[in-house]
Write a protein that binds this ligand. Sequence first.
Ligand code: NAG
Ligand code: NAG
Ligand code: NAG
Length: 325
Amino acid sequence: MDVVLLLIMAAAGLSTVSSHAQRQYHFVSEAKTMSEAQRYCREKHTDLATVDSMEVVELLNNTAGQFKQSAWIGLYDDRDTWRWSMSDPSFYGPGETEFRRWYPGQPYNKHNIPCTLFYPDRTWHDGDCNKRLKVLCFDVTGQSATFVLIESKMTWTEAQSYCREHHTDLASVRNETENQQIVELLPAGYYYWMGLYRDSWKWSDGSNSSFKYWADNEPKLSALKVCVAAAFDNFGKWEDLDCGVEKPFICYGPVVPVSMKVIKVSVEKPNGVDLNDPAFLDAMLVEAKKNLRAQGLDDNVQLAWRKQPDGKVFHKEEEKKRDEL
Ligand SMILES: *[C@@H]1O[C@H](CO)[C@@H](O)[C@H](O)[C@H]1NC(C)=O
Ligand SMILES: *[C@@H]1O[C@H](CO)[C@@H](O)[C@H](O)[C@H]1NC(C)=O
Ligand SMILES: *[C@@H]1O[C@H](CO)[C@@H](O)[C@H](O)[C@H]1NC(C)=O
């Protein structure tokens, strides 16, 4: 005897809509490295998820549901990008923002040393921004720079504020001529803060949110290249991992209306099987998903059995037809 069951395909699938940001989040269960996941999200949606508030944390946490693994979000430690405190592009000639005079073997690019100090032997060292050091500011008029030494000691951030208030900014160094000018100015034996720094934590989509939701004892920063995953066995809190690890991930994109499609599935009733047994239905659903995925069904499509008003999924063909009349 043939029986009928209805399979609901919801096109927005395993995804949720954030009320404040007009964003829809998509879980992708296929494990990928962070950069592969980033490429996938940019192709299919907008980007890897930016988690910028508790609302989004809760949203993802609730949607994760039975998904108790950790998944990449869009946060990573951008250790290689050094930039100048004085960011006006018109001040720099071609290639001059890239001029560097690192001490051999530096920068170490360690997470906790994202600021740069100038040593009178003419080389640059990366260091801990909380150190209190003397300061190298500069005054800029058009294309020309005049370097100024500040002998009182402060942290890098204090130095930046000080220079911006009393001069133009912390000093940039555009070429060898300027590096030499500074060397001639500096007394021997002291380090000076200069304007080169690294702002490490970056969102894949360029968002400037500073919101963080680290788990206890995170970030560990133990890998060479560090990316961030939300752990759904720990309230969606964040942990840092080697970017090359393959993990499921979460993308976001614009809100798209959910479309539903109902597929009718007929099966021949095997002897002695209760077709409305939940375990049997679960097994069938897994099988159906596998088949549909093999036929190119999108990751974000969710499948569920549709229950009839009497709470049963399967109905005899004749009964179904009667229902529709
Ligand atoms: C995350 O979900 C769990 C249940 O899965 C709940 O106990 C917890 O309070 C949620 N946390 C947040 C921040 O929403
Ligand atoms: C360095 O830059 C300054 C200012 O633009 C310029 O006057 C000088 O000629 C440059 N020196 C070199 C070696 O490029
Ligand atoms: C972040 O960007 C927004 C607009 O894109 C800007 O209004 C805000 O000042 C920025 N915040 C920081 C901390 O840079």
